[in-house]
Design a binder for this molecule. Structure first.
Ligand code: GLC
Length: 720
């Protein structure tokens, strides 16, 4: 339903003013004094009119700044249509939460929701109206730096987290002033670039796309995400940004998305490089026809739509449709009522970096850390233990991760400082930088460790080697860090390695050299305190892997929900007798650490589990009751995971697919019974005709603590 306000505006607006709404400019166009003469406007060959008719800006925030820019903009707006402020608020604004891949590792949608609620409150107080998040691209290749922005390799986990993020950012519609509009991205399948190389070709079948990659976008749209962003990549042979099948048939018609579709940065301009547009005018025409409402920084719309509209009524109609969607979005944000959305420096101060927000970031970090190895119960450490803290990440605030532009590493407590609050006897000596080493310093670190009982090495990569445009061919730790670790291992002392990373790494040697391995990701503003709490045992590590960790890069892509192939291995010694199987001659098929894996300080078993009935129908979901026991003498947390397998399908079926999970915390020797349900529709799969439906037949349900679980029971599915 279009409001009278929007209808009136549409009637009053000139075609140029409507086109203006379709243009998004970056912050530098609106800040600084000489934008119109020598600055970006001139470089873009745009007049000042383009500046004050542009519908939105990206990358500006701060209550005072936004007020100033909005006020000046409105002075130049004939009809008083407010400017829309968008920004990348991905895993926090001022209070930085762990990266989204870590939030996925929490296996707790409430953790994701809290992170998004907090980010929305802080950024809304900073004048942000729309966030370019959540990124829900499914990822299976750690060579791609943007895996840090995703919640991993699984369609179900990604869908659950996508819904939690959108609901957190937006709250319940209509948006109140503590919430912001979510822009789900990147539509679509940007996470599948060939060879993990950034911006590279994506070429997957529509069958696989619908089965694995589409669900999380659909979940975000079902959760009423108000915007979608197009992706840079091609899909089905056509660049996504001008792909009518993807944007009209699938996004608008099938998923019933009626919100605003924005291009990624200069993605319209890049259609020329893709070789699908001869020039920028052609690209503008293709993008508008695909339904792209806002052109982010290619200037194609600014330069060519007015003339195109004068020649073609269809173009004018499309411009009207896009302009109307953008005005509706501004109305949903309440901008016509209050273009400043209650902005004030007092509110901004009160809302940001509060103890409550920082505590929430700490809990998120504690919930997302993954204990990958813990031989001889090396962890937790007694706080009286004499520790030698070493490694390039031990004493730096560079633990916020990529897309944390409002965070401040210099104001972020280091892991060393956080440990000092709990451990009374430890030395700190980095021993090496990320990629450079002075052997005298390395030897000093090793020698200092001789005097201590336990060694804690904090290794990893800087935030600058994670995120956009950071693809890597080698996912082992830098040689300098491995040299340090080898030296430390020769001391034959308990060796704990903490890994700070935004992607799965090849930790094969780290695992072999260490007694304990704790994956801390980029843990955010309170990451140090969270790590200290896990090391001391105040908190039980309960994160589980949202992405498979390979033994080496040669196994990639490697993921748990793979297809059986015609020559599967059996996982028994018989495999060695048969050369002609789907395997390698130089490595195992299995990963170093599988999807869903993680250890706890507790000792959990599933003592009993039953199906409420063995026949699933549209009216009878699969329902499992399971009794979990913690036999340890202290509390712990685990994640119970439910997988299913369809024995026979019209197309190949994954050997197992995650369908439900539940985080369970139990005290020493405590037992709890939980219920997990899987609705009939959730068992649906994509058929060769590309339609999704649930097949009748025999299935298996598996229950356990990671994707290698084997305990199974049969069930059947019937259409009634
Ligand atoms: C970048 C990213 C996108 C981001 C946008 C605006 O190129 O691909 O995720 O939201 O530009 O910063």
């Amino acid at each position: 339903m279009v409001s009278k306000n929007v209808q009136d505006l549409m009637e009053k607006m000139t075609i140029q003013e409507k086109i203006g709404q379709l243009i998004q400019l970056s912050a530098d166009f609106f800040q600084g004094d000489n934008v119109a003469i020598t600055g970006p406007l001139k470089e873009a060959h745009l007049g000042e009119a383009a500046l004050y008719s542009a519908g939105s800006v990206l990358g500006i925030s701060g209550a005072q700044t936004v007020r100033k820019v909005q006020k000046n903009y409105l002075k130049h707006s004939r009809l008083g249509i407010p400017l829309l402020f968008m920004a990348d608020v991905v895993h926090g604004y001022k209070t930085i939460f762990p990266i989204p891949l870590a939030l996925g590792a929490s296996f707790d949608p409430q953790v994701m929701k809290t992170a998004s609620v907090t980010a929305a409150k802080e950024s809304a107080a900073g004048g942000v109206h729309v966030t370019f998040a959540p990124m829900v691209d499914l990822v299976r290749d750690p060579r791609w730096g943007r895996v840090m922005e995703s919640t991993g390799e699984d369609p179900y986990l990604n869908s659950v987290m996508a819904k939690a993020a959108v609901t957190g950012f937006q709250g319940t519609l209509p948006l109140d002033q503590n919430h912001i509009a979510a822009c789900v991205k990147h539509f679509a399948a940007y996470g599948a670039p060939e060879a993990g190389r950034e911006y590279n070709t994506v070429d997957i079948s529509e069958w696989r796309f619908r089965e694995q990659y589409l669900p999380a976008y659909a979940a975000a749209i079902e959760a009423q995400a108000l915007l979608v962003m197009t992706s840079f990549n091609t899909l089905f042979g056509v660049p996504a940004t001008v792909n009518q099948h993807l944007m009209r048939d699938i996004l608008r018609d099938e998923l019933q998305f009626h919100g605003v579709l924005i291009s990624d940065w200069d993605a319209i301009g890049e259609i020329i490089h893709h070789g699908v547009a001869g020039d920028l005018q052609h690209a503008a025409d293709l993008a508008l026809k695909a339904g792209v409402d806002i052109d982010m920084m290619s200037f194609a719309y600014a330069k060519y739509l007015a003339k195109a509209a004068s020649l073609d009524p269809q173009i004018e109609q499309l411009i009207n449709e896009s302009a109307q969607r953008i005005l509706i979005l501004k109305e949903q944000l309440g901008l016509f009522t209050d273009p400043y959305r209650g902005l004030s420096t007092e509110r901004e101060t009160e809302a940001t970096l509060t103890t409550e927000n920082l505590d929430a970031a700490q809990v998120a970090a504690e919930q997302s850390m993954v204990l990958l190895k813990n031989s001889h119960h090396t962890l937790p450490l007694n706080t009286a233990t004499a520790i030698s803290l070493v490694g390039p990440v031990a004493d730096t605030g560079d633990i916020l991760g990529s897309w944390s532009w409002q965070g401040d590493p210099d104001q972020t407590e280091t892991i060393a400082d956080a440990l000092a609050k709990q451990f009374s006897n430890f030395t700190v000596m980095p021993g090496t930088q990320y990629h450079h080493v002075q052997f005298s310093k390395l030897n000093d670190a090793v020698n200092a460790s001789r005097q201590q009982e336990t060694i804690v090495a904090v290794l990893g990569l800087p935030a600058s080697e994670s995120g956009e445009a950071t693809s890597m061919t080698d996912i082992t730790l830098p040689a300098e860090q491995l040299t340090l670790l080898r030296g430390l291992a020769q001391l034959n002392k308990p060796l704990v390695t903490i890994v700070i990373t935004g992607r799965p790494l090849d930790l094969t040697e780290v695992d072999a050299l260490s007694d304990a391995v704790l994956l801390a990701w980029f843990p955010g503003s309170r990451g140090g305190a969270a790590i200290a709490n896990v090391l001391s045992g105040r908190v039980d590590p309960s994160g589980r892997l949202p992405m498979t960790f390979p033994r080496n890069i040669g196994q990639v892509p490697i993921y748990y929900n793979a297809y059986n192939t015609g020559r599967p291995i059996s996982g028994t010694p018989a495999d060695d007798e048969n050369k002609y199987l789907s395997k390698y001659i130089d490595a195992a098929n299995s990963p170093l650490y599988p999807f869903g894996f993680g250890l706890s300080y507790g000792d959990f078993t599933i003592t009993d589990w039953t199906l409420s009935q063995h026949n699933v129908t549209p009216d009878q979901p699969l329902t499992i009751q399971a009794t979990i026991h913690n036999s340890a003498d202290h509390a712990g947390t685990t994640v119970v995971q439910l997988y299913t397998h369809q024995q026979v399908g019209e197309t190949v079926q994954p050997v197992k697919q995650l369908q439900a999970f539940k985080k369970v915390s139990l005290g020493a020797d405590q037992t709890q019974t939980i219920t997990l349900t899987v609705p009939y529709d959730q068992l649906s799969t994509i058929h060769s005709d590309l339609h999704r439906s649930t097949d009748q037949g025999d299935y298996t349900v598996m229950l356990g603590f990671d994707s290698t679980c084997t305990a199974s029971q049969p069930f059947t599915v019937a259409h009634q």
